[in-house]
Design a protein around this ligand. Structure first.
Ligand SMILES: [Mn+2]
Length: 499
């Protein structure tokens, strides 16, 4: 779907969710400006029971003359685009329309109309609109007001960038040229005096669970940023190494997660709590998420403080008790009773840094899994795995396990990785320089299909674990049985065959 697909409609209404937040306003405004510039009659509206009043939002709207209108009735327009929300959701007042399109970054909760672009793993809808504008050749940096609004949308939807995880979100943060003084002004009129008191009350009711050193707090309905402020403070407590702070809102539960222990990755814990019932993610130490009310209803969990507290508490207990932790350096297990498999030969990609003129200098490689900071040398290749994951390899090691191939290379992943020169900031696409290679296999392993979760710390990175879920495999080479590693279920099926 492209924005230019909509240019044939005689008029368009853009609608964001009720009780709009900064992301809804910024992303809706981005779309509004696009259609206005194309001379299509366009309106930007929201409905619901309440008119906007939050001071940071009122400031942004008046500074930039954002023409957002509060409406309770609407004549069916030829095209209605819901932005930062999905048509038919509980927090989106339903207006009739001849045609409907959806542009959103939340979890898909409705049957979507054919015209939709929903990217559930983006941190904000502003990121998606920024990307859609760029696809039409529009650089948001030519309008500092819009650039600042989009940046602020992402900032507030990701708890001050703390809960940011997608590389496209990081691109927005790094590339938009914003008016810093405006951001500072909006940020510092974010809380009302009443919300400050909500934070205080929540702290009084905090609980800690000493077995696994985690904490739990419910706050009354408040701005999501307050959850971040509380969880940051909670983590500073000496007996708490991870915590979950949540707030029960009308249409779901907003959560904030923090961790300062390597055994709990906040990003992964937020994903665990929201799996199948919402969405969550972020960083190693800070993450956030949202659970849909509808999903809790479907699980038969009453929508009241007590049942939700019990649910959160049992989810946290289950998280700690159902997971085995393996430190490979101390591993003494034995996988030899399990079946033997051979590694198949696979097509992957590699890039020679010499071809890019990037040897001997510091670069940052932006990938789906995060930014990798590295100095490239002329004795290494950058490898692109079968799912598009990036890792360095020495040419020596490469030539033992791979052969070169003449086939043209096609990138398999969702986000094409880029290399940025740390000094000049120049950005280069890796895929433009990638060539094909084939792994030669010749490796036999024992593999155990797991029925529980494992966190595995490898020898070469003792700070970060790899996670295996039920259905994934714990694998050990037959000639080095203590060097265990994890292979995800889908990858195992395509890369190994029974020996
Ligand atoms: Mn949003």
């Amino acid at each position: 779907m492209r924005l230019s697909d909509f240019l044939s409609y005689p008029s368009i209404v853009i609608q964001c969710h009720d009780n709009p937040d900064a992301d809804a306003i910024a992303s809706g405004w981005g779309l509004y400006l696009y259609f206005k510039e194309k001379n299509i009659p366009v309106r930007f509206i929201y409905g619901g029971r309440f008119k906007l009043q939050k001071s940071n939002l009122m400031l942004m709207i008046s500074r930039y003359d954002i023409p957002i209108e509060y409406v309770t009735e609407l004549n069916a327009p030829p095209l209605l685009i819901t932005v930062d929300c999905q048509y038919g959701e509980g927090n989106v007042q339903k207006f009739e329309a001849e045609n409907i399109a959806v542009i959103d970054h939340h979890r898909v909760s409705q049957t979507l109309p054919p015209m939709n672009d929903v990217r559930s793993n983006l941190g904000s809808c502003s990121t998606l609109v920024w990307h859609l504008l760029a696809k039409e050749g529009i650089d948001a940096n030519t309008d500092t007001d819009l650039a600042t609004a989009l940046y602020y949308g992402l900032l507030t939807d990701t708890n001050g960038f703390a809960e940011l995880s997608h590389p496209m979100d990081r691109d927005l943060r790094d590339e938009l040229k914003v008016r810093r003084s405006d951001i500072s002004l909006f940020r510092n009129s974010n809380l009302s005096f009443n919300e400050l008191k909500i934070a205080g009350e929540a702290l009084i009711r905090s609980e800690q669970f000493s077995d696994y050193k985690y904490g739990l707090i419910e706050t009354k309905p408040c701005d999501p940023n307050i959850l971040g402020i509380i969880s940051d403070m909670f983590l500073e407590v000496d007996t708490v190494t991870s915590c979950l702070v949540y707030s029960i809102l009308e249409f779901g539960v907003k959560i904030s997660v923090r961790s300062c222990t390597i055994e709990v990755n906040a990003n992964e814990l937020a994903g665990y709590i929201t799996e199948g019932i919402g969405s969550g993610g972020g960083h190693m130490d800070k993450a956030g998420g949202f659970i849909d009310r509808k999903s809790l209803d479907e699980l038969g969990i009453g929508y009241n403080a007590e049942s939700i507290h019990d649910f959160m508490h049992s989810k946290m207990e289950e998280y700690f008790t159902s997971t085995e932790i393996i430190y490979v350096k101390d591993y003494k297990g034995d996988l030899s009773p399990y079946p033997k498999f051979n590694k198949k030969s696979m097509h992957c990609g590699y890039v020679d840094p010499k071809a890019m003129n990037l040897t001997g200098i510091g670069v940052s490689i932006r990938t789906m899994e995060g930014d990798i900071d590295i100095t490239l040398t002329d004795s290494m290749y950058i490898m692109i795995g079968i799912e598009g994951e990036i890792y360095p390899s020495s040419i020596d090691h490469f030539e033992k396990s791979y052969i070169y191939s003449d086939e043209p290379y096609t990138f398999p992943g969702e986000y094409e990785p880029t290399i940025k020169e740390s000094k000049s900031g120049n950005k280069i696409s890796i895929v433009d320089y990638a060539k094909s290679c084939i792994s030669t296999g010749k490796r036999t392993v024992y593999a155990q299909k797991l029925n529980h979760r494992i966190k595995l710390f490898t020898q070469w990175d003792e700070e970060k674990y790899y996670l295996a879920k039920p259905g994934d495999y714990l694998v050990a080479p037959i000639d080095n049985p203590e060097d265990v590693y994890i292979v995800r279920n889908e990858i195992f099926a395509t890369t190994y065959e029974e020996a």
